[in-house]
Design a protein around this ligand. Structure first.
Ligand code: NAD
Length: 249
């Protein structure tokens, strides 16, 4: 029997990319999985899909309550739903700032708030937030996105401190550029997507992007009882992007 057998997991943004790979991996390891997404129509059994927008508090509360009732509780919350934004501080107006922070930061606050009563009742409660290397990397042309993920990082640490005595662990993963429909959409906007993809791969220390499954494996580990003494950390899954200082060839 897998150590995740019988655990009940809720994954936001679980209909695509990293969230989808995470939901599928948790289910494959024996967890009962609910997916909360804007469009959960592609979520396959045995997972259950719930339509909600993490920027809308009442839709989040309804979806979390329905998922908790159907699963019989929540042990694992994966706060993964997120959106991107490109540009410097001059390129995004206030409405764009409010929108991205509303989804990427407040989305986590809303879902966690709704899930906390269920997590408190669990013997293996774990929250894993999808952050990004953008939180601390100083990436150009990513002011708004980086600020939102910096907030996710510090929110993770604060939540870990607030709930450690309740037996609720809170960690985050910091993926590097990861093969998902999100990155496909960005590359498709380039004049020459194939050469843009080749250039993106070449900029990675490993010469390739991270896979969604590799990020999912890190999330599953942090969510599992095997990580019972781990809380308040950010686990980089970035092919060495942040840790290595490679000399140019
Ligand atoms: P994706 O676009 O493939 O999937 C995102 C999912 O989130 C979609 O299913 C979408 O419907 C859902 N979603 C978006 N806004 C939502 C909302 N308001 N309410 C509910 N669901 C919503 O993206 P992905 O690449 O898998 O990204 C997932 C997470 O990983 C994001 O938080 C992103 O910031 C983070 N991340 C991605 C990369 C990357 O290179 N792909 C790198 C670092 C971090």
């Amino acid at each position: 029997m897998s150590e995740m057998s019988g655990l009940r997991a809720l994954v936001t943004g679980g209909a695509s990319g990293i969230g989808r790979a995470t939901a599928e991996l948790l289910a494959a390891r024996g967890a009962n999985v609910a997916v909360l997404d804007l469009d959960p129509s592609s979520v396959d059994k045995p997972m259950r899909g719930y339509a909600a927008d993490v920027s809308d508090d009442s839709s989040v509360r309804s979806a979390v309550a329905a998922a908790a009732a159907d699963l019989g509780g929540i042990d694992i919350l994966v706060n993964n739903a997120g959106i991107g934004a490109a540009g410097t501080v001059e390129d995004n107006d206030d409405a764009q700032w409010h929108r991205v922070l509303d989804v990427n930061v407040l989305g986590i606050v809303r879902t966690t708030r709704a899930a906390l009563p269920h997590l408190r009742a669990s013997a293996h409660a774990a929250v894993v937030n999808t952050c990004s290397i953008a939180a601390t990397a100083g990436l150009p042309q990513r002011a708004l996105y980086s600020a939102s993920k910096g907030a996710v990082h510090s929110l993770t640490l604060a939540m870990a401190a607030d709930h450690v005595r309740e037996g609720i662990r809170v960690n985050c993963v910091n993926p590097g550029t990861t093969e998902t429909p999100w990155v496909d959409r960005l590359l498709d906007q380039a004049a020459d997507p194939a050469s843009e993809r080749a250039a993106l791969n070449a900029r990675q220390p490993m010469g390739r992007l991270v896979t969604a499954h590799e990020v999912a494996a890190a999330v599953a580990y942090l969510a599992s009882p095997a990580a019972a003494s781990i809380t308040g950390i950010a686990l980089a899954v970035d092919g060495g992007m942040q840790g290595l200082r490679l000399r140019p060839e």
